[in-house]
Design a protein around this ligand. Structure first.
Ligand SMILES: CC(C)(COP(=O)(O)OP(=O)(O)OC[C@H]1O[C@@H](n2cnc3c(N)ncnc32)[C@H](O)[C@@H]1OP(=O)(O)O)[C@@H](O)C(=O)NCCC(=O)NCCS
Length: 119
């Protein structure tokens, strides 16, 4: 897995219980998957089309440092599938893992198009 972005949990990221909000966590996961796919496919004309089940395994608190990782699972014709993980460096626990995020390469009409790894 390729670990890259680090983030610190700040007040705007919290829910009413005072821990990291799941919606923020998901937006970070999808952003990191999209950046990975943009670098790999050498285009930013892409869209996430499907995510597998998400389970939030541990909480993050204000000031915690998070580290995200992305890995290629498979390449299709117009799509790639990636796996993502967000780890809490402060507690050394996994926050969330998403086994599959499917991302599709798009043409200028926003329709699926073959990417550079299509056979
Ligand atoms: C992306 C989009 C153009 C794809 O259109 P589509 O008609 O589903 O495309 P296709 O059926 O030709 O599938 C394209 C690829 O995606 C894969 N795919 C599409 N839907 C899928 C699903 N629900 N599960 C798994 N794979 C899926 C197909 O297997 C195919 O992959 P391959 O070419 O590598 O074999 C369309 O679904 C869309 O615009 N969705 C909204 C995307 C979006 O707005 N994302 C941002 C998040 S809100």
């Amino acid at each position: 897995m390729e670990y890259g972005t680090q983030r610190m949990v700040m007040y705007p990221h919290l829910n009413a219980a005072g821990i990291l909000f799941g919606g923020v966590t998901l937006s970070w996961i999808v952003e990191d998957a999209i950046i990975f796919a943009t670098n790999m496919l050498e285009t930013n004309k892409i869209a996430a089309v499907k995510m597998s089940e998400v389970s939030f395994q541990s909480a993050a608190n204000i000031g915690d440092i998070l580290l995200s990782g992305v890995e290629l699972v498979r390449t299709g014709t117009t799509s790639i599938t990636v796996k993502c993980e967000l780890r809490n460096k402060t507690t050394d626990k996994v926050l969330v893992q998403v086994d599959e995020i499917i991302i599709v390469a798009l043409d200028f009409n926003k329709q699926p198009t073959k990417h550079k790894f299509a056979k």
